[in-house]
Design a protein around this ligand. Structure first.
Ligand code: 5RP
Length: 219
């Protein structure tokens, strides 16, 4: 199976995780896009969605799914999103699409985080994929220097502005042995909005697309 077919398979499988009559948290990226397309097929069974990016909101609306403001939603039973890397402990690196901050906010509200990935995303140690860090523009150089002090090599994502009007530093060469600790340390640098480590609030379920079918991993 191709990588896209694996992504489609996990997107289809994720529909079983969506309770009837609920508002669904929806992530960002190519795997999340396949999930949105699947959600379109069962839109009469859900009450609407909360999106983690403008791009996902647009795609949801195209399918005729109502997109709600998170501030008006108090109960979000499930959030479905992809990842750039994930461990068997269900800690992730996310933000390849630059939507990490809104993803983290929607994930914080959700009762269950269902991660959908093709098998290439499963790793033993996080950090081969450069860690995205969203930064207020005026703090870019300062934060970059602090990230170098932590052992990383930050690179400004060229020509990219987040939905929140900020920039992204992609941090290369990190071998992330303690994801929860590094997540906290980077978030404490002044000027950082958030970083792409989802370890303190990791996934609850991983649906992993493999050539043998969709595997389910939980805590
Ligand atoms: C976007 C993300 C995505 O979930 C991540 O980049 C994976 O994307 P894809 O499904 O296209 O491989 O975090 O900010």
């Amino acid at each position: 199976m191709t990588q896209d077919e694996l992504k489609q398979a996990v997107a289809r499988a994720a529909i079983a995780q969506v309770p009837v009559g609920c508002i669904v948290g929806v992530g960002t990226g190519s795997t999340a896009n396949y999930f949105i397309d699947e959600l379109g097929k069962i839109k009469h069974k859900i009450d609407g969605a909360v999106a983690s990016s403008e791009a996902s909101a647009q795609r949801l609306r195209k399918h005729g799914i109502e997109v709600l403001d998170l501030n008006n939603v108090s109960d979000l039973p499930v959030y479905v999103d992809g990842a750039d890397e994930i461990t068997r402990h269900l800690a992730m690196v996310k933000g390849g699409g630059g939507a990490l901050t809104r993803e983290k906010i929607v994930a914080a509200v959700a009762r269950k985080f269902v991660c959908i990935c093709d098998a290439s995303k499963l790793v033993d140690v996080l950090g081969k994929f450069p860690l995205p860090v969203e930064v207020l523009p005026m703090a870019r150089s300062y934060v970059a220097r602090e990230l170098v002090r932590l052992g990383g090599q930050p690179a400004l994502r060229q020509g990219f502005t987040t939905d929140n009007g900020n920039v992204i530093l992609d941090v290369h060469n990190l071998q992330i042995l303690n994801p929860q600790e590094l997540e906290t340390t980077i978030n404490q640098i002044t000027g950082v909005v958030t970083n792409g480590l989802f370890a303190r609030r990791g996934a609850d379920v991983l649906l992993l697309g493999t050539d043998k079918g969709v595997e389910t991993l939980t805590h």
